[in-house]
Design a protein around this ligand. Sequence first.
Ligand SMILES: [Zn+2]
Length: 83
Amino acid sequence: MLAHCWIFSYGNCRGKIISSWETIETAWYDTSVQTCALCGQMIPKRFWEAEVRGEALVFCSEECEQLYRSYWLPKYGPKENER
Ligand SMILES: [Zn+2]
């Protein structure tokens, strides 16, 4: 369950409120792999789920989510005022 982060508009949200660790439940015959939205690393067991711009994204760690927000989004993501 992802709740809206009310302090994000102040640029102060570290993802603590809307993010959570989730566990991948896969059977041995399930060959699908979850990969990190930032670094593309395969995530074997636990993934970090965070809401980024209304989308639920999967990261391998909190650090990747913070990098995604502070580096990737401003550089490659859609601009805030292009909605
Ligand atoms: Zn990662």
